[in-house]
Structure formats: structure tokens, C-alpha cells
Write a protein that binds this ligand. Structure first.
Ligand code: SAM
Length: 173
């Protein structure tokens, strides 16, 4: 199981205060990847690559966007170590996502909580048929608008996965 292989990176991230997904939500995400078998994955909020390694560990192509160039360099090194097919874009996810014109099977949103709502429509437009958007920390106050929108969006079927502060799971209808 990939989360076991990532134990050292998880512990190091926690001790350095890097806000990674962690192994409990990470295990759920890994099982989702095993089930959906996405070919192409987009992530907003790379940090040091912990969740990207989990999502890319079954061979998918990962595109991931990170604002902080220093942590993005760590992610690049970690992706190399774990042989993840990853393209790291350094910049503001709200701006960088607008420039993408390829489609994805899975989009994982895990960056500035109040900005989730700003990327939602573009993320929906980038999804392949039956594509899925997963949003971390969805029960946090900052994600309130986003949560309401995905729960009521005509193009999405959404459920809240009750692990810690929640994960939004939204499938394109
Ligand atoms: N997904 C990572 C994981 O679980 O391993 C954790 C990501 S961490 C919760 C959020 C990351 O989003 C931070 O590394 C932060 O620098 C980055 N970030 C914050 N604002 C951003 C923005 N506007 N665009 C892109 N990345 C951003």
C-alpha cells in the first residue's frame, strides 16, 4: 500500500508543518484511484507531492499546480523518487487552470480554501465524461460556498465523505 511506503514522508511533513493529506484520507484517495482508474489527473495545491504520489502511483499522468516554488521543487524530487509521471506548474491555481485546455478524469482540489469556488466552473469544463472532482477540507468554513454549490450543481452528483474535515466527491452527471 502506497501510504505505508510514504510513512517517512508523512512524518517528516507533519514535523515540518507541511499540511499534507495524511494517510487516513490518503488511503481513501488511493482506493478511489484503484476504482476509477483515471488516466489523467489534475491537482490544485501540490505541496511536497504527498497526495500527488498517491494519485499517480497507479500510473496516471498527473498535472499539479503549486504557488510556492520552493515546496514545488521538493515535490518534483519526490515525484522523481516515486517514478510518478508528473508535470508541476508553478503559479496561482486560479490563473493557471484557465490556461489548461486538456481533459482530466480526476481533479483534486486542495489549495486556498476560499478560492475553491473560483475554479469550480473551469474544473467542471475540464472533466471527461464520468469525471470526478474531489475537494479536501470541504466542511471547513472557508469552503462553505463551494460546498453549497457542488451539492446543488445541476451538472454534478455530490456526496460528502466523512473523514476528518471531509472530502467532497462530485461526479459529472
Ligand atoms: N495536496 C497536498 C498533499 O496533500 O500532499 C497538500 C496541499 S496543501 C493543503 C495546500 C498547498 O496549496 C500549499 O502547498 C500552498 O502553497 C498551495 N497554495 C496556496 N494557494 C495557492 C494558489 N493560489 N495556487 C496554487 N497553490 C496554492
Amino acid at each position: 500500500m502506497i501510504t505505508e511506503k510514504l510513512y517517512k514522508l508523512e512524518q517528516e511533513s507533519i514535523s515540518r508543518g507541511i499540511p499534507i493529506l495524511g494517510s487516513v484520507k490518503g488511503t481513501w484517495l488511493y482506493h478511489l484511484v484503484k476504482e476509477l482508474k483515471p488516466q489523467k489527473i489534475l491537482e490544485l495545491g501540490t505541496a511536497n507531492g504527498y497526495s500527488g504520489i498517491i494519485m499517480g502511483s497507479e500510473g496516471a499522468e498527473l498535472t499539479t499546480i503549486e504557488l510556492n516554488p520552493e515546496i514545488a521543487e521538493e515535490a518534483k524530487a519526490n515525484f522523481k523518487e516515486y517514478k510518478i509521471k508528473a508535470k508541476v506548474i508553478i503559479g496561482d491555481a486560479v490563473e493557471e487552470i484557465k490556461k489548461l485546455n486538456e481533459n482530466f478524469d480526476l481533479i483534486f482540489i486542495d489549495f486556498a480554501k476560499r478560492k475553491y469556488i473560483e475554479v469550480l466552473e473551469k474544473a467542471i469544463n475540464l472533466l471527461n465524461k464520468n469525471g470526478v472532482i474531489v475537494a479536501d477540507n470541504i466542511t471547513m468554513e472557508g469552503c462553505k460556498d463551494f460546498k453549497e454549490r457542488v451539492l446543488n450543481h445541476p451538472k454534478l452528483k455530490t456526496e460528502i465523505i466523512n473523514i476528518k474535515d471531509g472530502l467532497g466527491y462530485s461526479q459529472l452527471q
